[in-house]
Design a protein around this ligand. Sequence first.
Ligand code: TZP
Ligand code: MG
Length: 212
Amino acid sequence: MRRNLDLALYLVLDPGLCAGLGMVATARAAVAGGARVVQLRNKTADTARMIETGRALKAALAGTGAALIVNDDVEAAIAIGAEGLHIGQGDMAVVQARARIGAAMVLGLSVETPALAAQVDPALVDYIGAGPVFATPTKRDHKPPVGFDGLAAQVAASRVPAVAIGGLKADHVARAFKAGARGVAVVSAICGQPDPEAAARTLRERIDGLSL
Ligand code: TZP
Ligand code: MG
């Protein structure tokens, strides 16, 4: 891993689900509650808008030690000065992404099967997003849910650390880590919750309470 990322509690922002408080305030609250990674994910924003939001997030997270990762948009990730980029199987090739961001930035990749996890090159990719563990309305057309056994198979096949994703709530933390995940990535368990800081803290306490 290029940078010592604490993947344990990873917030993925969604502009729709975060609409009440907004993405920046939600991110700040989540980090106050113990999230250490924040991903800017906005499927409908153009690069200019991604940069605008990303810069606001970067400023809001300054001094917290939390890392900002940008989904899909490599040029936005670079312009923002984000710590990393996260891409999926249908996005630009991993080799191309690594060449564009250079050695210092973190690169994350989504995988949905053990075969895809096995193909991940640790020289290029720092962590995988593994799942989806459960079906979730947050991501349209997601791949079939794999459950905790499927998650464990993806983790076992991977040579890089994994964050589990897909429908995860506080009650799933122990099983995700038991399957070998290094962290849980959540959208709706924090975004749009009445108190995102408290929601993040509950997740964090479950993580910190595990005997690993
Ligand atoms: N990738 C796989 S599932 C998912 C993403 C981005 C959405 C997860 O959202 P939630 O609300 O935590 O189920
Ligand atoms: Mg993508």
